[in-house]
Design a protein around this ligand. Structure first.
Ligand SMILES: [Zn+2]
Length: 68
């Protein structure tokens, strides 16, 4: 069995600020149908959020969390 468990994997991503390729991405489930991606760069400590393939800011994240 070599299946990935949903939500349990992290993948390296490129930092949108400094271009480092070792930023991490963590999937967070905020409701039954909605997941958001939290990204964090080790190099410049830039942190950002993604939802449905586009960047959202922290107020958007809080909106999604409050809706549940
Ligand atoms: Zn960075």
């Amino acid at each position: 069995m070599n299946r990935r468990t949903r939500g349990a994997s992290t993948a390296p991503v490129e930092c949108s600020q400094c271009g480092a390729s070792d930023a991490i991405q963590i999937e967070l489930t905020v409701s039954d149908e909605q997941t958001i991606l939290f990204n964090s760069c080790h190099r410049c400590e830039h942190r950002w959020w993604m939802s449905d393939g586009s960047a959202i800011d922290i107020t958007g994240v809080l909106d999604l969390v409050r809706k549940t």
